[in-house]
Design a protein around this ligand. Structure first.
Ligand code: PEP
Ligand code: MG
Length: 369
């Protein structure tokens, strides 16, 4: 287990005296949460709940999407609710006393559906091997259903808040699990601080809709459990439209967290899924910029962040603002975020110590008024 000891610990403590930016971590399991806490994270800035949907749970989501029978949908969701309550219980316990921002499901659909190409190859192979006609027919039916959900650009499709608006039963399940886990811990004498974050919002109407769903669900859990829970509800700002209408969105948000991965993708129009591919890295390095905008915040994208912060604070003077894209752990970007006046950055657990140092360096270079 890596541990911070000796001199580094002392230097980080000095850094903490100077920095004005908070430092949180991105984590989606109790082990990573504990690790980030041991590195000095002051909360979880992003719990990507889709990372909790692997293996069997991924299958459940696939059959949920493909099968529109309400009864089987409800039983799928009941199973997920039990599992998620345990997930959040573990996360809030690991971060007892500190904020944990849970982001509602944000899976690009293709990551949850079987690959139609692989399924087709499998059917052809089994057919040639003389497989049972019934099972082949069932798989062909499955393939046709999956095909009907295939999107040309899944990152720009049925994703983020759009999923919750189309299938409200999913956010209800997650919010119930969040509130129930918090209620249980409270009864055990602990001090959980969950916050709920809505992803990929482009209009205030989307946030309002899901905020309404979340508030009603929290109220039901409070009534059933006999506890009072105050759970802030906020949104990711990761689309240019959200940044430029941030005043309207902030009127319905308790906090913003800038998703600079998607904001970079949608501002440049470069697919973030292809940054490891052939064209984009070469084009960026040889033709466009002396830095990688997916690693270090680009001035144009930073301008949208600044606009989002300024408009957001006009719309809601109490708005808490952070960043949880990869840039939250990059020292040069941290300097930019300090200049913009964010409240905190959130980064992967191992980058927390560097972020603490970078935040202090930024504050020493450019003290805030
Ligand atoms: C982002 O887009 O910057 C973000 C933090 O969300 P994700 O990377 O999960 O899309
Ligand atoms: Mg995102």
């Amino acid at each position: 287990e890596p541990e911070i000891t000796g001199d580094l610990d002392t230097i980080l403590e000095w850094a903490d005296e100077f920095r004005t930016l908070g430092v949180r971590a991105n984590a989606d399991n109790p082990e990573d949460a504990e690790l980030s806490r041991s590195f000095g994270a002051e909360g979880i800035g992003l719990d990507r709940t889709e990372h909790m949907f692997l293996g069997e749970r991924k299958q459940i989501i696939q059959s949920f999407i493909l099968n529109d029978d309400p009864e089987s949908r409800q039983s799928a969701v009941d199973a997920l609710y039990e599992a998620q309550t345990g997930d959040f219980y573990g996360m809030f316990k690991a971060m007892d006393g500190l904020p944990v921002i849970v982001r509602l499901l944000d899976p690009p659909l293709h990551e949850f559906l079987e690959s139609p190409r692989a399924l087709e190859v499998d059917i052809t192979r089994r057919e040639a091997a003389g497989a049972d006609a019934r099972s082949l027919a069932a798989d062909r039916e499955l393939l046709a259903k999956i095909d009907s959900f295939v999107e040309a650009n899944p990152m720009l499709g049925l994703r983020g808040c759009r999923l919750g608006i189309v299938y409200p039963i999913l956010p209800v399940m997650q919010v119930r699990a969040i509130a129930t886990a918090a209620a249980r811990l409270r009864k055990e004498g602990l001090n959980p601080h969950p916050e709920i974050m809505i992803p990929l919002v482009s209009t205030v109407a989307e946030l309002e809709k899901l905020r309404g769903v979340a508030e009603a669900t929290i109220a039901e859990v409070c009534e059933a459990e006999g506890v009072e829970l105050s759970i802030p509800i906020g949104t990711m700002i990761e689309l240019p439209r959200a940044a430029v209408t941030a005043d309207q969105i902030a009127a319905k948000a308790d906090f913003f967290s800038f998703g600079t991965n998607d904001l970079t993708q949608t501002t440049f129009g470069f697919s973030r899924d292809d940054v490891e591919g052939e064209f984009i890295p070469q084009y960026l390095a040889e033709k466009l910029l002396p830095y990688n905008p997916f690693a270090t915040i680009d001035p144009g994208v930073a301008k949208l962040v600044r606009m989002g912060v300024e408009l957001g604070r006009e719309g809601n003077p109490d708005l808490v603002v952070g960043v949880c894209g990869e840039h939250g752990g990059d020292p040069d970007s941290i300097r930019t975020f300090h200049g913009i006046g964010l409240d905190y950055v959130s980064c992967s657990p191992y980058r927390v110590p560097v972020a603490r140092l970078a935040a202090a360096q930024a504050a020493l270079r450019e003290p805030r008024a």
